[in-house]
Design a protein around this ligand. Structure first.
Ligand code: MN
Ligand code: MN
Length: 337
């Protein structure tokens, strides 16, 4: 939306952030994030595990939601990236338990609550499931332990599904964002690189929700690369990314750096192949938050399956309307009125 939303958010006398964003714009951005994720997933799934050369031979430039791929999706179908995100949204909206965040009227789902939601999701026979995610949920079933042990497995599964945390805790205290992020991650992933990337993506989504522009997003990406140099994304082009979070994020950042708007970045990213549905889903949530639902490409929105599209809009709306930031905007509006 407009540039008038840019600008830093000041802290007022109560220690609250003053959020320079209207409720309507914020809701549009939240829906944009969730729909952007599912568009990336639906578009990328067609070419998941293909090389750029194979994609080029088969499609020229792949830029149409057409289904197919190794999962033989129908056009508009989505995969685990979207459905597991919706499962985590359920943990927030339906089954909240665990700690209350920073005195706000919002319950932060603990690892057990997330594990139950992921278990329910897996029982629904999702079209696909990553091996780290499967192993984590099976461990929960067999041992009742919601938290996996530290591991070298720095997969991207905890990052691809993190969006509900960014929406539900928009405007929330940094420590509650960290604990909510790690609670959902720990069910399946326990690795510092995965944690750092997941926190970075949540931060970037929230920067976009507040009205920070493309440059502010890329600045946060650069910070991640300074903290963990493996994520450095300048230099040689990364193609055919694996589910290793470092490969995943370098492709996401390279695509976002080269193409500041949603459509160009998503096309660039899916045509790099590899874990294309997941790279495009992660970029899609950040760039969708930046663009807002109203600015997403119509042809892609229309091509999405109606059921996941409606579920994304409903979940994004409910999550953002329960966030501390939403309450803050309502208070500001009352003070102004
Ligand atoms: Mn997938
Ligand atoms: Mn994938």
């Amino acid at each position: 939306m407009g540039d008038e939303e840019q600008g830093e958010n000041e802290v007022n006398d109560n220690g609250d952030f003053r959020l320079d964003v209207s409720a309507q714009v914020l809701r549009d951005r939240a829906c944009g994030a969730m729909l952007g994720l599912s568009i990336g997933d639906a578009l990328g799934a067609t070419v998941e595990f293909m090389t750029p050369r194979e994609i080029q031979a088969q499609y020229g430039v792949h830029d149409r939601i057409r289904g197919g791929g190794w999962l033989r999706l129908k056009p508009g179908g989505v995969t685990d990236d979207t459905t597991m995100t919706l499962a985590l949204a359920d943990a927030w909206l339906e089954h909240a338990g665990g700690a209350r965040g920073d005195g706000q009227d919002i319950e932060i789902p603990d690892a057990e609550t997330c594990a139950r939601a992921f278990d329910t999701w897996m029982r629904g026979k999702p079209v696909d499931i990553g091996h780290t995610v499967r192993r984590g949920i099976v461990r929960w079933r067999l041992s009742g332990s919601a938290i996996t042990v530290p591991s070298d497995d720095a997969g991207n599964g905890a990052t691809m599904r993190c969006l509900p945390v960014a929406l539900a805790l928009f405007g929330g205290a940094p420590d509650s964002i960290v604990s909510a992020t790690l609670a959902q991650a720990r069910v399946t992933h326990n690795n510092p690189l995965t944690d750092a990337a997941t926190l970075c993506v949540i931060d970037m989504v929230q920067i976009a929700l507040r009205g920070g522009g493309q440059a502010a997003l890329m600045e946060r990406a650069r910070q991640l690369a300074i903290e963990h140099p493996l994520f450095e994304f300048h230099g040689r082009r990364v193609d055919n990314p694996s589910a290793y979070i470092v490969d995943t994020m370098r492709v996401v950042f390279q695509g976002m750096a080269a193409f500041p708007a949603f459509e160009g970045a998503i096309i660039d990213i899916v045509n790099r192949g590899g874990d294309a549905d997941t790279t495009a889903a992660i970029a899609g949530m950040m760039l969708g938050a930046l663009a807002g639902q109203a600015a997403l490409p119509r042809r892609w929105l229309d091509a999405l399956d109606a059921a996941p599209r409606a579920a994304c809009i409903a979940a994004a709306t409910r999550l953002i309307e329960r966030s501390p930031g939403w309450a803050q905007i309502e208070r500001q509006r009352l003070i102004k009125a």
